[in-house]
Design a protein around this ligand. Structure first.
Ligand SMILES: Nc1ncnc2c1ncn2[C@@H]1O[C@H](COP(=O)(O)OP(=O)(O)OP(=O)(O)O)[C@@H](O)[C@H]1O
Ligand SMILES: [Mg+2]
Length: 330
């Protein structure tokens, strides 16, 4: 499908996830349904269970490659005295990987993320009164590696940064496989782990501005053998809470490690207001999904996003950017 092809509505996430995973009776993955989404997706009621609330289906199987609107700027940090370091995001690289490109024409992918961000923002608003800072923290997680967490976290951050009156901080919290800066075309820097280790006093000192308005990034930082312990420490609690407290307009998006592969995901879930749980349509089993939901139950709002990316038998993705899956990919 290309950009011009009308997209066929294939049912809400809940309808499809229910068919695939039988999650209709799992209250923890069923938050309140925002009206906007209800208008698009007629709601199914299962009494006496709480009303299920699907996120829109993130059917990204044929996410088109888009042309970057401007030549890619050099992805080097620019140091301005007195200001935060600023990185340039490599638009060509985003386009090559089928991601949203700031300033480019609106694509089907952009529309999908608009729906998803609207739903996340609505839920954030709903829980803001009881948990003002937590409500502005979102963890992007999945059961296993390669499900599309970083893909979704970056796209969500780019999409949310276009909102009025918000500032987005994208945190690379996948300490074992930090990928955010690389995917944005920027070199690694000091980051969250250096702060948790006490080598740097405040996370704000490691935050990088980007050349996308309202979007900044906190790198993962320097790995050690004690990453998990650092994250579970009392200092981590304060550091993570301070990320949201630093700016009332800030929304913090964490790119997480897989829930089933590492314990940091479950620790992080306890700090955030919402978890966006990416489900790989062609791969995530129901038992993996249930186990992940169990591990992430420190957060009451777990929202599923169905990532239907599909692959050719040889492991290459359908579409114009299949070559991204080079040799060595399963
Ligand atoms: N909907 C999609 N459309 C196009 N490409 C996708 C989509 N979802 C994932 N991909 C691609 O699949 C690969 C794996 O995605 P990604 O790195 O985001 O997964 P991950 O869950 O963060 O993996 P890890 O656990 O190893 O960090 C990447 O090359 C990404 O660009
Ligand atoms: Mg990742």
């Amino acid at each position: 499908m290309n950009d011009q092809t009308p997209r066929r509505y294939q049912g809400s996430l809940l309808e499809r996830a229910a068919a695939r995973y039988d999650l209709m009776h799992e209250p923890r993955v069923i938050p309140a349904l925002p009206q906007e989404a209800a208008a698009v997706q007629p709601q199914q009621r299962v009494q006496p269970q709480p009303e299920p609330a699907p996120l829109p289906v993130l059917d990204l199987a044929e996410a088109p490659r888009v042309e970057a609107p401007v030549p890619a700027p050099a992805a080097q940090p620019v140091h301005t005295p007195g200001a935060r370091p600023r990185i340039a995001i490599d638009r060509d690289k985003l386009a090559e990987e089928g991601m949203l490109v700031p300033g480019a024409a609106v694509t089907a992918l952009a529309e999908e993320f608009r729906l998803i961000k609207r739903q996340l923002l609505n839920t954030a608003r709903a829980i803001h009164r009881s948990e003002p800072d937590k409500s502005r923290m979102i963890l992007v997680c999945s059961a296993k590696p390669n499900d599309g967490k970083t893909f979704c976290a970056i796209n969500l951050a780019l999409s949310m940064a276009a909102e009025k009156d918000v500032e987005i901080l994208l945190v690379d919290a996948d300490f074992a496989k930090p990928d955010v800066l690389h995917r944005l075309g920027a070199p690694e820097r000091l980051g969250l782990l250096d702060v948790l280790a006490g080598d740097i006093d405040s996370a704000e000192a490691c935050v990088l501005d980007t050349d996308v308005p309202q979007l900044s990034v906190l790198p993962a930082g320097t790995r050690s053998n004690a990453d998990t312990e650092l994250l579970a420490s009392a200092r981590a609690h304060d550091v993570l809470d301070a990320l949201a407290a630093a700016n009332p307009n800030r929304i913090v998006i964490f790119d997480s490690p897989p829930a089933l592969a590492a314990s940091p995901a479950s620790v992080l879930a306890g700090h955030v207001g919402q978890v966006m749980l990416v489900v790989r349509a062609d791969r995530t089993s129901e038992s993996d999904l249930r186990e992940s939901v169990g591990l992430l139950d420190g957060c009451e709002q777990i929202q599923l996003v169905l990532n239907s990316v599909s692959f050719q038998p040889g492991g290459r993705r359908f579409g114009t950017y299949g070559a991204y899956y080079g040799e060595g990919e399963a």
